[in-house]
Ligand binder design. Sequence first.
Ligand SMILES: Cc1cc2nc3c(=O)[nH]c(=O)nc-3n(C[C@H](O)[C@H](O)[C@H](O)COP(=O)(O)O)c2cc1C
Length: 230
Amino acid sequence: MRSVAPDVLLFANLGAVQLNYGMRTEQALEAIEMIGADALVLHLNPLQEALQQEGDHNFKGLIEKIGVLCKELPVPVIVKEVGCGISERTARLLAVAGVAAIDVAGLGGTSFARVEAFRRERPEEVELALAFSEWGIPTSEALVSTHRAAPQLPLIASGGLHHGLDAAKAIGLGADLTGFAHAVLAAASEGEEPVRRLLDGFAWQLRVAMFCAGAPNIAALHANPPTEIK
Ligand SMILES: Cc1cc2nc3c(=O)[nH]c(=O)nc-3n(C[C@H](O)[C@H](O)[C@H](O)COP(=O)(O)O)c2cc1C
């Protein structure tokens, strides 16, 4: 990645739960060095692991281990959810542990309950997992409460963002960066050019939203958020 994208912000990504299954600072460092990452992202995905037959279920004491990584690694550590949202209490604990940023990755887009349900073969198991489809904190709520819990931390918004206008709304609610997974999957399966066109369109929508909100730059959008979030 680094050889073709020398100055792009690049994050390594590992499951935080792996810290309870043998992962140490050395392995995290290896993942960082492997791609010349600017930061390490640790994802918290308890629902996904709980619904997996082969899931790792021991999430005990992770906050202390995340704190150790924050101290020992040479790059910033960012923590994220994967579609259920970071709670206010978790955000507070993460801030004290020393994380550099949080991606709230809230409810509203990709649902790993649905993903795991579709991996089950027996209909009754599919039903059991599908009951959790709506589990989580919506992205907008998670953004507001995480910002309240850790006002000094940069925030990334992901989870159900469809386009550049959603990015503008998320920035208005306190996000510094926005992330899209599901919204780019279809274009990504077609190839590089469709992804480029899609993201150029998102950037255009963001500029139009800023223009209409009277915000000449991202900092001003933070200060003049859209008043109604839909
Ligand atoms: C196909 C797919 C793979 C993903 N893999 C990871 C992963 O390896 N690590 C991670 O932190 N999040 C992963 N995610 C979660 C996303 O980063 C994001 O937090 C979540 O999908 C919510 O955003 P969305 O609604 O835009 O999809 C994945 C999402 C999708 C759709």
